[in-house]
Design a protein around this ligand. Structure first.
Ligand code: ADP
Ligand code: MG
Length: 885
């Protein structure tokens, strides 16, 4: 049997029952999907649920607790033993569900950033999730794409791929579409095939899918490979370290409490169980898990704001961003280009009509120009031929499929009455694609009479040096310096109005002429200029302002003309009066050190290529900045990778940049970056909030026991009570803090220092001071009750237990603000209110429901008791509310 690469295209199409200009039918697709399944590599086996559940109990102290409980059970303390068991079990379930939740939201993320494929079915091109590809599908691949399945290439325009994922060879491979007749070729020699998972680094191509999912070359390798693990974020790592220290402290303190207790004459066994419970309660073993949950909940909120986080650690880094380097076109602007002016025959024409409306006129000095105006039709025709976009209609509205710059040229041609012509009267023989390095695009066209010519369009300052002739009303002639000046003036006048400029030129060719790129794109004949408007997105200006207040500098990076860029930057209020604008050619001459010296004053980088972006990132980073950098093209990937927060575009971005990035903007919008930063700051603040809450609670719990032992008093809390506090009072409200809204001034503070520790900005003091007070008021409640009624220890313990719980539930509101509890509306966070209410209800049940009283060692409390409890419990929070420390 012949291999795919040995077949010529015709045989291939026959074999797969498809034609490369129609694609498969819906029926065929359905049938094949049933037959071969989805186009995915089989994921590694998930960890079974029961194992995740068991993992919740692997914690050392929990095991000690279970052992201790077992001993208690054997000694006849059934009630205590069972109560403790149940609490430990419930705790395990909660941990389990948290983990599941985090897992699910991460899965959802993967789904959202799934690769897409551009496929021809039922004669129409559509974008689908790559997993839905089937054998026989006709797909298009472009530079920057990851090839979504194994394909046999049937058309290649300068198509190059990088196959190191398969072959280890990182040099690009040039691809073609003809059959290869040799036998037994390795993957790297099959140069008319494209392989799943490899990258298109240049050009574009058309291919027919010949293998999907595990039936691909990649699939065979994948079945041998093991999967990568989730890496912890910096914060998770810091917390894990902190956790270890806290364990030691908690155990030492527990030993102290137990030792003191035994010395005071408490039974060893009682003290042992109390100590172990205390250790379990005091060790914030759940902290890393809650942090992960908070991070992933934050990630979900970001998704709602159209920002997809690809790396969890980015959520943390976002809050530290101090510079945003953003593309102009499409990110700060609408990317809805409209040709407003045209320059030809040495005159300026105005083009009317807005957006993608296909009606408009061509005016000179407000007079409509004649249909036969020299060169107008040919200029518009060339613009339509040297073009990769297409105009489509959906529900009666026109929209552009493809590059908006190209789309604008099609719309302009439509206004003149031209219909798409390529394929009918003209045939595209070859294309040299546009990229941001070349800043130009060319096609070789053959007309009905087999006459060939080249059309090149691109940035005027790139094209002019390659231009020797000029076309005007008199015909073709040599381009004189004087003509050049006039063209440059026209470019400047367009650019000053924030118009994006494109020059268009042509060159007659004969069949014998070389097809070499270098030969082709020179000695061109200048035809004219297009000036197109791309209005700024209206959300961007306020977003830039908000960033400024948040201490974040916004920098515009664009391949556009310096004047166009400056004009737009001024409109966006991005460029201050003394701000600098740098151009690519100036950057070339500068070393990174020289750039570092001035970069703080630079707000716009114009006419840059993707390589410059890397230099810009480095210079900012050397100055101590945390840099967010956007990009869409293949060549942007290195800069995106080097930046602290790489941002790619969901709509216009290529697979390569998406993979290199840690954040994807679903709407390509600058304002979304700001929203994500705000969310990132908020998530970090929320994590600080519950760390503060949990640790202060733990300090309080340990201290009340320690104080009591020091004073030679009975145990103020029994083990079940301690465990109950740990489960109910600590758990629920802490989760709710993770959902807290940001404080009003989150975007008024300067960015957080990425090296700042967990206890920075006074958090350590807050934890210790509140913790001491919580411990103290609990002890006071216990002592007062015990002195009044020494024979009723249960009553005193109930008082202490209730005071501790209430003090924590009031303190939780304190944790919502960096300043004072009185700064915030306590009812704002509905989850927190519900968490507190349900904790109080559970507390009431434990105190007042007779069957539970013996289990939790509680008794009825009266109104006067409650007044005392509330008064004491409110103290830690109210007192510090006034000091603002
Ligand atoms: P940016 O995305 O920052 O606006 P680009 O690198 O896309 O910058 O474009 C730089 C210049 O290249 C533009 O100012 C324009 O003159 C030219 N250009 C842009 N798109 C095309 C295209 N599709 N074909 C030819 N030239 C283009
Ligand atoms: Mg662009």
């Amino acid at each position: 049997m012949k291999k795919w690469y040995q077949l010529d295209v015709e045989r291939l199409e026959q074999k797969l029952h498809v034609s490369s200009n129609k694609g498969l039918s819906t029926k065929q697709v359905e049938k094949r999907r049933k037959q071969y399944g989805e186009n995915v590599l089989e994921a590694e086996k998930d960890t079974p649920k029961w194992l995740i559940f068991l993992k919740q109990f692997q914690d050392f102290m929990v095991i000690v607790l279970l052992a201790a409980t077992l001993i208690a059970g054997m000694l006849g303390e059934f009630v205590d033993a069972i109560a403790i068991m149940i609490i430990v079990l419930v705790n395990g379930f909660i941990g389990f569900f948290q983990e599941q939740k985090a897992e699910k939201s991460l899965d959802k993320l993967k789904e959202l950033s799934a690769p897409m494929a551009y496929v021809l079915r039922e004669k129409t091109w559509e974008k689908i999730n790559s997993r839905n590809l089937v054998v026989g599908d006709v797909i298009k691949v472009n530079s920057g794409d990851r090839i979504p399945a194994d394909i046999r290439i049937v058309q290649a325009n300068n198509l190059e791929t990088e196959e190191s994922a398969l072959t280890g060879e990182s040099l690009p491979v040039m691809k073609h579409a003809s059959a290869i007749h040799r036998d037994d070729l390795d993957a790297q020699d099959q140069v008319n095939m494209g392989f799943m998972g490899t990258l298109v680094t240049r050009g574009s191509g058309l291919g027919i899918v010949v293998g999907t999912g595990m039936n691909t070359v990649m699939g065979q390798i994948a079945s041998l490979m093991t999967n990568t693990k989730k890496v912890p974020t910096p914060l998770e790592r810091k917390l894990a370290e902190l956790g270890k220290i806290l364990i030691v402290i908690a155990i030492l303190l527990t030993i102290l409490v137990v030792g003191l207790g035994v010395m005071q004459g408490h039974p060893v066994y009682n003290m042992f169980l109390a100590g172990v419970s205390l250790a379990v309660a005091a060790i914030p073993e759940g902290l890393p898990a809650i942090v992960t949950v908070a991070l992933s909940l934050g990630v979900q909120r970001m998704i709602r704001k159209k920002a997809i986080v690809r790396k969890l650690s980015a959520v943390e880094t976002l809050g530290c961003a101090s510079v945003i380097c953003s593309d102009k076109t499409g990110t700060m602007t609408e990317n809805q280009m409209t040709v407003k002016e045209m320059y030809l025959n040495g005159k300026m024409l105005e083009v009317t009509g807005d957006g993608y409306n296909i009606h408009g006129d061509f005016l000179i000095n407000n007079q409509r120009v004649n249909e036969n105006y020299t060169n107008l039709e040919s200029m518009l025709l060339y613009g339509m031929l040297c073009n990769n976009a297409s105009l489509q209609v959906k529900r009666g509205k026109y929209f552009v499929e493809g590059d908006p710059t190209d789309g604008a040229l099609i719309i302009a041609a439509r206004k003149f009455g031209l219909k798409p012509v390529a394929g009918e009267n003209f045939r595209i023989v070859k294309e040299i694609p546009f990229d941001s390095d070349r800043k130009r695009m060319s096609v070789i066209v053959e007309d009905d009479n087999q006459m060939r010519f080249l059309i090149t369009k691109g940035a005027p300052d790139v094209l002019l040096p390659r231009t020797t002739y000029l076309m005007d009303e008199e015909g073709r002639r040599i381009l004189k310096p004087n003509d050049k000046d006039k063209i440059e003036q026209a470019v400047n006048s367009m650019a000053d109005k924030a118009l994006r400029t494109i020059a268009i030129s042509m060159k007659p060719l004969s069949k014998e002429d070389s097809m070499d790129d270098h030969f082709l794109e020179k000695d061109l004949t200048f035809i004219g200029l297009y000036g197109m408007i791309d209005p700024p997105r209206k959300e961007v200006k306020p977003a830039i302002e908000e960033c400024r207040q948040a201490g974040i500098k916004t920098v515009m990076i664009t391949g556009d003309h310096v004047k166009t860029a400056t004009a737009i930057a001024k409109r966006l209020n991005l460029l201050p009066d003394d701000g600098l604008v740098l151009e690519g050619h100036e950057l070339n001459k500068m070393s990174v050190e020289e750039l570092e010296d001035i970069i703080e004053d630079v707000y716009v980088f114009a006419r840059v290529t993707p390589e410059h972006k890397l230099k810009i990132v480095k210079a900012f980073q050397e100055n101590g900045h945390v840099v967010a950098m956007t990009g869409d093209g293949v060549n942007d990937a290195p800069a995106i990778k080097a930046s602290d927060i790489g941002i790619s575009m969901g709509i216009s971005g290529t697979d390569v940049t998406k993979e290199a990035s840690s954040l994807v903007l679903m709407d390509d919008n600058f304002a979304t970056i700001k929203a994500a930063i705000k969310e990132g700051r908020n998530i970090y603040e929320n994590i600080r909030k519950f760390i503060r809450y949990l640790l202060a609670s733990n300090v309080g719990e340990i201290l009340v026991m320690l104080f009591a032992m020091l004073l030679g008093m009975p145990l103020p809390l029994v083990p079940v009570q301690i465990l109950w506090v740990n489960l109910v009072t600590d758990g629920l409200p802490a989760m709710a803090l993770g959902l807290d809204k940001p404080e009003d001034d989150v975007m008024k503070r300067s960015p957080r220092n990425p090296r700042e520790g967990i206890f920075a900005r006074g958090l350590g003091f807050k934890i210790i001071s509140r913790g001491i007070l919580i411990g103290l008021v609990t002890l006071i409640a216990f002592m007062l009750a015990y002195q009044n009624n020494p024979s009723n220890l249960i009553y005193a313990q109930t008082m202490a237990f209730t005071t501790l719980v209430m003090a924590q539930l009031i303190h939780v509101f304190d944790c919502r603000s960096e300043n004072s509890v009185f700064d915030r509306n306590p009812f704002e966070n509905i989850y927190l209110v519900l968490a507190v209410i349900s904790s109080i209800l559970l507390l009431l049940v434990v105190i007042y429901w007779p069957p539970l009283q013996p289990i939790f060692h509680t008794t009825f409390l009266g109104l006067r008791d409650w007044m005392l409890i509330i008064g004491l419990a409110a103290m830690p929070t109210v007192l510090f509310g006034f000091t603002k420390k």
